[in-house]
Write a protein that binds this ligand. Sequence first.
Ligand SMILES: C[S@@+](CC[C@H](N)C(=O)[O-])C[C@H]1O[C@@H](n2cnc3c(N)ncnc32)[C@H](O)[C@@H]1O
Length: 149
Amino acid sequence: MAEHRHTLLTGLTGEVIEIGTGDGVNFTRYPPTVTRVLAVEPEPHLRRLAEAAAQQAAVPIHVVTDSAENLSVPDESFDAAVFSFELCTVPDLDAALNEALRVLRPGGQLRFLEHIRADTSRLIRVQHLLDATVWPLLVGGCHTGRDTQ
Ligand SMILES: C[S@@+](CC[C@H](N)C(=O)[O-])C[C@H]1O[C@@H](n2cnc3c(N)ncnc32)[C@H](O)[C@@H]1O
C-alpha cells in the first residue's frame, strides 16, 4: 500500500487539495514540488491527528473541516485534487466529483486511490452483504462494493 500511496502523489506540483484526509497518512509523501496542501477532514478526532501529522510534513499543509460535497473554496483554485480511500465513503459520489472538478484549475489533475467493486459475482455478493450489514459501521461509512471506477 505504501507503494500505491507513493504513486498516487508522484509528480504533483503546485497547490493541492486532499479530500477526506483521515489521520494524514499521505502527508509525508507529498513531493517538494507541491507548494501547499489544503487537507479536508470532517471527523474531529481524525482532524486532530491530521493536524499533528501536518507538522511532520515537508510541505505546508493546512487541515480544515469541510465536506467533499460542498467545499468552501473558490472555483479553479487548485492544481490537483487527491482522494485516497475516500470515494468509497462519501455519501454522494457525484457531488464530490463535481466539487473536485469545480475547484480544479483548467488542466488540473484528479488523483485517486480506491478499492473497487470485485470482478466476480460471488465476491460482489460478499461485498453487498458486508455493505448492507456491519462494514460501513466498522469502517467509517466505507462501501466495499461501490462501483467507483
Ligand atoms: C476510509 S477513510 C480514508 C482516510 C485516508 N484518506 C486514507 O487514505 O487512509 C475515509 C475518510 O473520509 C472522511 N469522510 C467521510 N465523509 C466525508 C465527506 N462527506 N467529505 C469529506 N470527507 C469525508 C472520513 O472522516 C475519513 O477520514
